[in-house]
Design a protein. Sequence first.
Lengths: 773, 149
Amino acid sequence: MWQRKKILRTAGIAFLVLLAGAGAFTLYLDHRVRTEFEGRRFALPARIYARPLELHAGLRLALPDLEDELRELGYKALIEKPDPTREAEGGWYVRSGERLDVGLRAFVFWDGPQPARQLRLAFDGGSVSALTDTEGREVALARVEPLPIGGIYPAGNEDRVLVRLAEVPPHLVKALIATEDRTYFTHAGFSLRSMGRAALSVGSSRMQGGSTITQQLVKNFFLTPERTLRRKLTELVMAVLLEAHYGKEEILETYLNEIYLGQDRDRAIHGVGLAAQYYFGKEVQHLTIAESALLVALVKGPAVYDPHRHPARALERRNLVLRETREQNAITMDQYAAARAAELGVSRKPGFGTSPYPAFLSVVHRQLRRDYDEADLRSEGLRIFTTLDPRAQAAAERALTRRLAQFDKDKRFGAPGLEGAVVITDPQSGEIQALVGGRDPRYRGYNRAVDATRPVGSLLKPAIYLTALADPARYTLVTPVDDGPFVWKSRGAPDWEPENYDKKFHGMVPLRTALANSYNAASARLGTDLGVEKVLATAKKLGVEREVKPFASTLLGAVELSPLEVAQMYQTIASGGFRSPLRAIREVTTQEGKPLQRYALAVEQAFPPEPMYLLTAALQGVVREGTGQGLKAFLPPELGVAGKTGTTDEQRDAWFAGFTGDRLGVVWVGYDDNRAARLSGSAAALPVWGDMMAALAPEPLALEKPERIETVWIDPQSGLRGVSCPGALELPFVQGSAPRDMAPCASPVDGAVEAVGQTIEKAKNWFERLFSR
Amino acid sequence: MRFSAALLLVLAACATAPEAPPGGPAPPTPDAAPPPVSRSENVAVAGLMESARADVAAGKLSTAAASIERALRIEPRNPRLWQELARVRLQQGQHVQAEEVAKRSSSFAGSDNALRAENWRLIAQAREALGDADGARAARESAEKLSLR
């Protein structure tokens, strides 16, 4: 008797303790549910956009290029204007001959929203001849929405586009309820019926999950994916608590934003908002019944029912969802029949994971990290407007990939193949328009445009010649320089005897010829005459910020730079001596569009205009008659391209850097493991440069002649004055620095001709001044 | 260029007005002098500059600068746009940039001395604001010299 009483009492105490424990545990869970659910804000990645295309009359843009850009943005090419709803939404275009009607979508730019609008463009050859609205009124300027080019993602590369429940079409919600949780709007967080059904359905073909929508949300939100009874109980308790604290709508909305619906390479597609964009290229509110059913089908297993990889399975599952929806009377019989008959309709465009342009994105990310917290970048949904020009990027990628494949085939050096990197910038503003980090532009890894520092070879020579030309009393473009054998002795170091590429020495040559043909002996002699330190100071002013060893061999490029650093150096030359830091970002706004920061255009005059003008003329000579002559096969000589080839010892590195009126490009080609590529700059890098620039129809390089520069006709043989000499060249000189003497071949009236020419030039200037008032 | 030199040779030898060869380019005459690089023909640029001026008037200097930069992407060699940008930088208190941007403007100004003189005046103001009285004076003198030319 006693014994039984004691047992009962102990059991009672144990029960109370257990109850208290369960109570405490429930309280703890309650606390967690409330704090975490309320404090929970979805981490939203920073969204990154290319530059917006600015449409205006006079814009140099071919119609097919505009079509490409619109297609890239997911615009639909139509035969005629769509129905009024679609028409007003935008996202379509109609081409008829040389005319294009386009419905631009609404977009929130960094400086404010721009509503959807319709435009009509007329084209004439390679440019826009007129831009009007549909009534024919002139439109001065219109921006096309910028191409999204990736994001900076939270842990697990979770990506989502937040939506409000009101934006989600009712048929999507109905399909979800019908398939996943029929009693959602009436249960208290769990459903005994469906749990029972789930238990019974084990092994049957129509296996049921048994978890309510609330439980699924709890599972995703708070718990690890292990499958134990304890966890199942915790999930149940938390689901009930969640329902006790929050409304059905609120929980459903969170679920719709949380749910995992697919995988785009390394990017996880979460929520119906992003899934609508990813699978169908549209906003969630525009999803059809069939499309909505497919998203609901994916809830069960985005990998198993992946519509890209397993279309048959996906279709079957979608139709099952439709049937369940119909059984619940959530859609009519007609709607059901129509939706069942519809194709899957997923967009064919393959996803690119976190970005199609990982190399450019890494530069953007690095620039952002200077000003923003990594955590903010990954969670605050910032909008980043960059400088990327998708057309330039495509041209650079294509040129590099194709040429490298061809070189590999010609050389048969085996794997791993040749590599390369490309940078394109806008010479006036320093904006980076394209960046390719390797032969596979989609590869998210080693970014050679930024992280590969390689010897630059002759690319550094312009620093020598610029140093010389800055002293017009001593050096002009025709000053004879000595390309005889050269030995440089310095204590504690072996003698340095640079050889020329053709293994020959050329004696006395005009300065511009030494640069055009990239003579090493002449350049080394000139550089050491000027002083290595002085030349390196010039390089630094050009934008080479890396610490460079003041050895004589540095003059011939025994200095390692990345393609991006080379671009910075040539930028200063291309903009006439004004240095602009290379930029990849224009603006940053909050998720709502509030401007946070602008990365403004900045310039700094690093060199006076005269020596820069002379140097650029000499670099045009490189392309016209020197090591860059090969460009003739790609671009018309009238473009006046300025450039420089670079080749390093044993041809390990091939470079070409050059610019036109509107683009600057740097190309590097070589092996990652530093093998001799046996390809010179002009054989390997120049064709890549030529291919990509030819695809971009560049503007000619028209130099602004500084006031103190005059041009003089020079006899190329003697380097003296002589208009009438055979092959006479008109060359620029700083006033007073041109040779005074007449060449032997000059005719006696040459002097008079020059005098008249100068008078006319002066009169022209006088009239120009008169009219510019 | 080569062609006009040959033409000059004829001119010097005969000292009579040569006839333009049929189909060839006419020799430059004062009337046909290139129009001064003044206001842009481009309506897009004109529109952007108009909104930039409105933004300046409203004190929205950063937005104004952004509009001018947009205009510069369309016409990167228009010295007037660079000059407007220099003016905005000055108002933004970015005096070093104001001077550099004004110099950039002058580098595209060709023989437009009035424009270059105005750039020197902007530079003078920037230098004054930076406390560089000598530099400001030198800039003003450069402006005067150009105005007299």
